[in-house]
Design a protein around this ligand. Sequence first.
Ligand code: XMP
Length: 256
Amino acid sequence: MTFPSRLEQTAKRNKSNIILALDFPFEKVEQRQKLLFTAQKVLDAAHPFLCAVKINHHLTLPLGLFDGVQGLVQKAHDLGLLAVMDCKVNDIGATNQVIAEYYYSAGFDALIANPFIGWEEGLKPIFDVADKTQRGVILLVYMSHKGALDGYGQTVVDAETGEKTSQYIIFAKKALQYKADGAIVGATYPEKIREIRQILEEKVPIISPGIGAQGGEVEAAVKAGAKYLIVGRAVAQATNPATAAKEFRDRADQAL
Ligand code: XMP
């Protein structure tokens, strides 16, 4: 089964389209094991209101992929959730292939990659590894932060049509062409979600980070066409992660 089908099935079963970013502040290196306990505790509390977790350098750097993070991925699976690696792969193909092989070996169901690197000797080797291992590749299309405008939002000339367009429009078309398993579009830009959704239709699900701490609104993102919402600090660092996760889940549910 493909990653989008598995994610959809999990979201239906758990009645949630919330992906929790397990992000925590810097911890003193000598005390970094505390991060593992915190992540486990947050996951235990919030999992009934999630369809997946997303892990970033916040945990892979201090804990290590196979010494700490692999156990968390296993825990997410045991709790009935999928696991996404937010590594934004962005290198040459030979390196990307090895990066993908390690993350998928650790159990991740999908990873995030940057389409700026292009297809040949860039993204293709990642998709090849994903196909072989039946995992997913999610592409950035428009990031959630302000500076996204400088890259994803720049005006470019479409090599195929010769017409001026925006970089993110090209990336949305590429996500469709490459049969990506998801497209990241910041929840902070609902108008971009709407525009990109018209290109992707139902074929590539839109996954939106930026809810909560970055100011993105659940209702606006969902109504514009986001299928899954990524929430990090507003849940992972909340006083009560379960209550916070449930609130986001319920709001998304209502907006749908
Ligand atoms: P917060 O705390 O802001 O966390 O809810 C968001 C999480 O998602 C990551 N992030 C992104 N990842 N494309 C991505 O692939 C994006 O546009 C994007 N915006 C935020 C962020 O690093 C954090 O882990």
